[in-house]
Design a protein around this ligand. Structure first.
Ligand code: SF4
Length: 172
């Protein structure tokens, strides 16, 4: 793996999700402070950082692709990122949103759930991130675990593919 610059840039992007996997970052506590000295966090809305189009070394992506806007957005994230890591069941498998893939009642469900469905623009099916763009690594779980996240970041920063045979922490 080609080494990173002095202070690698990292972004955390949210798509259709409950935010639970992003909390794995915030739950790092003191390790997050240590990490922030080694990397530059550029985009992470839950932490008040809003610069989604900044080119980064590593982009973490939470959530599934459930709207046309999200499909456009993930393409931009891919273009702006050296490594893209999907985090959590929503991003790696579609998550709960993908339950609607099991039947063909998308319009019926949307109309039953939203008071003004005419304002809602959603895809008929919800998809994992890898269905639309190349994903370099995946972290599985619902939610992911903070330690597996930290192990993945450290591996990437030290130029080692983040794969652990015994735990399957991060899959290439
Ligand atoms: Fe939330 Fe689970 Fe999806 Fe993570 S994988 S965003 S915890 S629903």
């Amino acid at each position: 793996m080609k080494p990173f610059g002095e202070k690698p840039r990292i972004a955390v992007h949210k798509f259709s999700s409950c935010d639970g996997c992003q909390l794995a970052f915030l739950n790092l506590g003191g390790d997050l402070i240590t990490l922030s000295q080694r990397v530059q966090l550029t985009h992470f809305l839950e932490a008040g950082l809003d610069a989604p189009d900044t080119p980064v070394d590593i982009a973490f992506v939470e959530g599934s692709l459930s709207t046309p806007d999200e499909v456009e957005r993930i393409r931009k994230v891919r273009d702006n990122s050296r490594y893209l890591v999907s985090i959590g069941a929503c991003a790696t498998a579609g998550g709960l949103q993908a339950l609607r893939n099991l039947d063909n009642k998308h319009d019926e469900w949307r109309d039953a759930i939203y008071a003004q469905p005419e304002f809602i623009s959603t895809l008929e099916h919800a998809h994992p991130i890898a269905s639309e763009v190349r994903v370099d690594y995946e972290l599985w779980g619902c939610p992911i675990n903070s330690r597996q996240l930290l192990a993945c970041i450290n591996s990437l920063l030290f130029g080692v593919p983040p794969f652990d045979n015994s735990e399957k922490l991060c899959l290439e």
